[in-house]
Design a protein around this ligand. Structure first.
Ligand code: 5GP
Length: 192
């Protein structure tokens, strides 16, 4: 997605060979116009999949996920990383190890929001080692829902997440694919 790759080139900051900072438009300050375009792109890519719910993980997945859900006219559900006091009903849970934060979170969604009739599109801001997407797929599977795909805003294609998710039998669509972050530069995978 050209608009996105141009924005990464302009406003992304390479922190090291593994981590890209995009807090000017995605993970802290959020550009709603870019998010709306990203939502429309996901809706187009998954138009034939009969999606009934969009699922993401708080907090950076919420912005692209809500615009995708709006474009598909379905609800968006975000998994929580901490248990809210008001979450007193039955929960779907799985654990996710975050390499950026070096901690494991127990993520959860209320059982009442997903069931076996649902066709879920999972959306997240980044795909790195694939642990967040894997945890979200497991939550959906616990509910008996079908996961029709994983939509990622920025994939670091040099890390193993894409293969992990494809090996789970779930297709992955990424709007920007990064080949490397070497020498302080963002190098994108050439798309045919
Ligand atoms: P994974 O579970 O695929 O290893 O990582 C996914 C999560 O880690 C994303 O939801 C994102 O919050 C965070 N993350 C992974 N790599 C990066 C990165 O290079 N930059 C930023 N800002 N977040 C990242």
């Amino acid at each position: 997605m050209k608009e996105l790759t141009e924005r990464i080139k302009k406003d992304g900051r390479v922190l090291n060979e593994d981590v890209l900072k995009v807090d000017r438009f995605l993970t802290h300050q959020v550009d709603p116009h870019l998010m709306a375009a990203i939502g429309t792109e996901f809706a187009t890519l998954f138009a034939d999949e009969g999606v009934t719910k969009v699922v993401t993980l708080e907090s950076s997945g919420i912005a692209p996920a809500i615009f995708a859900a709006q474009a598909m006219n379905v609800p968006m559900i975000f998994a929580r990383k901490t248990k809210s006091l008001t979450m007193n009903e039955e929960l779907l849970t799985s654990s996710v190890y975050s390499f950026t934060k070096q901690q494991t979170n127990q993520i959860s969604i209320s059982k009442k929001f997903l069931n076996e009739d649902d066709r879920v599109l999972i959306i997240d801001d980044f795909l790195a080692n694939g642990q967040a997407a894997k945890g979200l797929i497991e939550l959906c599977q616990q509910a008996g829902a079908s996961v029709v795909g994983v939509g990622i805003v920025i994939e670091k294609a040099f890390q193993p997440g894409h293969q992990l998710i494809v090996d789970m039998g779930v297709p992955v669509c990424s709007l920007a694919r990064i080949k490397s972050l070497s020498e302080n530069q963002v190098n994108f995978v050439e798309e045919d």
